[in-house]
Design a protein around this ligand. Structure first.
Ligand SMILES: Cc1ncc(COP(=O)(O)O)c(C=O)c1O
Length: 329
């Protein structure tokens, strides 16, 4: 049984969404994992609770991980390392000369070491590059490294979303509501995999829907989620059986691509924020909420009664570029 280090403000609340300008055909609730913390916020901190505990128990001094220049995972890792006296070493896809802002600025002020690589190298060589870097660090006396994959999406981290699922079951009892559907943004797919795992582990049959905002659905279904589930089974020593039918991914809401937005999406996000006071972001949760509205309003989810959106954070995604785009600058 894996242990964790308490870092997130949990349990996070569940709220019902009330909107002025839309009559939704189902009840829409939000699980506020955007409130897990300020810097250590969103879904990443639940994963880090397990990964950090393991790293500290193993005497790790340096974490090596990777992400895009505005990675929420890298920012959360930097802050967690700063808090716990470890060194964060970040392999970032992007341009070193870009002015530092948002997540990337927080990496910097947290004291993380940053190395920049091209998007091509990120897509094709990131694992080798992280391994080389870890070897370099270990060659110095007294340093011990751990390597965390993109988004901390590995079995250990994904147990954070088994905990989240358990929290949801407890909240259902208290609220007297049963959620038939849980919708989550999926990128590197660790949060999604954790929820799918928990759904089976706790003997439930909720529709766990992943809205993919970067990878094509087939890749998520065939390559990203299954290895995480398999490794989770090993940690738990269970014989739970999963098939691709358990992995419900909706494609098409990547829109213009990862971290790119249409004006329609951004205006939708602004309207949603102005009516709810809940910040959704252009890269992850805003695209998912846009998907939820589309699926509900176009009748695709006519069988659903109580839909729970798992808000995974991401507010730092409102970079200058996005703000300018929304304001037509
Ligand atoms: C705000 C936010 N939501 C969702 C995700 C996707 O989570 P996962 O990597 O577990 O698929 C990310 C990942 O970077 C994120 O930053």
């Amino acid at each position: 049984m894996l242990k964790k280090l308490k870092m997130a403000n949990t349990p996070t609340p569940i709220e019902k969404i009330q909107l002025v300008d839309a009559d939704l055909p189902a009840n829409l609730y939000v699980k506020r994992d955007d409130l897990t913390g300020i810097g250590l916020t969103g879904n990443k901190v639940r994963k880090l609770e397990y990964l950090m505990k393991k790293a500290l128990d193993e005497g790790v001094t340096d974490v090596v991980t990777c992400g895009s220049i505005q990675s929420n995972h890298c920012r959360a890792t930097s802050l967690a390392c700063a808090k716990l006296g470890l060194k964060a070493n970040l392999l970032l896809a992007g341009d070193e000369n870009e002015p530092k802002e948002s997540n990337n600025f927080l990496d910097y002020v947290s004291g993380a070491t940053q190395r920049y690589i091209s998007r091509y190298d990120f897509d094709h060589n990131r694992t080798e590059l992280m391994e080389e870097w870890a070897k370099e660090i270990e060659s110095k006396e007294g340093h011990k490294t751990t390597i965390w994959p993109e988004g901390a999406s590995c079995a250990v981290g994904s147990f954070g979303y088994v905990d989240c699922y358990e929290e949801i079951l407890e909240q259902e009892e208290k609220m007297g509501v049963e959620f038939d559907t849980i919708v989550v943004t999926t990128g590197s797919a660790g949060s999604f995999a954790g929820l799918i795992y928990a759904n089976k582990k706790f003997g439930k049959d909720k529709d766990i829907v992943g809205i993919t905002i970067s990878y094509p659905a087939q890749r998520t279904i065939n390559e990203l989620v299954p290895p995480i589930l398999e490794e989770m089974k090993e940690y738990d020593e269970t014989d739970l059986e999963f098939t691709t039918d358990d992995i419900h991914v909706i494609d098409g809401y990547q829109g213009l691509g990862y971290a790119k937005n249409t004006m329609e999406e951004l205006e939708f996000m602004r309207d949603f924020i102005s009516q709810t006071g809940i910040i959704i972001d252009p890269v992850y949760t805003g695209k998912t909420m846009y998907a939820i509205f589309n699926e509900l309003m176009n009748g695709n989810w006519a069988d659903k009664k109580n839909v729970l959106f798992l808000h995974t954070g991401g507010a730092f995604g409102w970079t200058r570029e996005k703000i300018d785009q929304l304001q037509g600058k």
